[in-house]
Write a protein that binds this ligand. Structure first.
Ligand code: FES
Ligand code: FES
Length: 191
């Protein structure tokens, strides 16, 4: 059975042709559309590496059937993460490995879209589905606070509200604020 559908991925309308109706959004993004920002680390909904925003909500894309995504908006780490979040991760040393960092960034973007000034416990709860057993979460929590402060300052300056939606930022490849080496991890990581 052949299934053709259109998605809006990181702001771009794309067509995916599936030969298996049960194919996951993660596989479609990575293997058919070349959008490798979502990582495949467990493919069982356990690790959060494949987190994307689907119509603005954080989901683990390995558990979403692409067939359910006709006409829907998908944002990977390349299109979901505001500049303040990327800058804060870089500044705080919160950029870890290429598997966990993309999903963490998307989850943080989702959190700050819902809660512009989260407490530590709220951050830990929001990131509970993004697993890293190698390092720790302290620098990430520090980065979330830094990003929240930066967004609040910006919104105060512009008069914009601090809740959803968070506007996507320019591509980090073009972002001069990022230290050398951080840009690839925060968009594509390791493929
Ligand atoms: S790859 Fe989807 S949760 Fe681990
Ligand atoms: S899984 Fe990425 S640093 Fe532990």
């Amino acid at each position: 059975m052949r299934l053709e559908l259109t998605l809006l991925v990181d702001g771009e309308a794309v067509t995916a042709v599936l030969d298996r109706p049960g194919e996951s959004l993660l596989r479609t993004l990575r293997e058919r559309l070349g959008r490798t920002g979502a990582k495949n680390a467990c493919e069982q909904g356990e690790c959060g590496s494949c987190t994307v925003l689907l119509d603005g909500e954080a989901v683990v894309s390995c558990l979403v059937a692409t067939a359910q995504c006709e006409g829907r908006e998908v944002r990977t780490v390349a299109g979901a993460v505001p500049g303040e979040v990327r800058e804060a991760f870089a500044a705080c040393g919160a950029v870890q490995c290429g598997f966990c960092t993309p999903g963490l960034l998307v989850s943080v973007a989702d959190l700050l879209g819902r809660n512009p000034d989260p407490a530590d416990a709220e951050i830990r709860e929001a990131l509970a589905g993004n697993l890293c057993r190698c390092t720790g979460y302290e620098k990430i929590i520090e980065a979330v606070h830094r990003a929240a402060t930066a967004r609040t300052a910006e919104n105060t300056h512009t008069g914009a509200p601090g809740t959803r939606p968070l506007p996507p930022s320019p591509s980090p490849e073009k972002d001069p604020t990022l230290p050398h080496g951080c840009d690839s991890v925060m968009t594509e990581g390791r493929t």
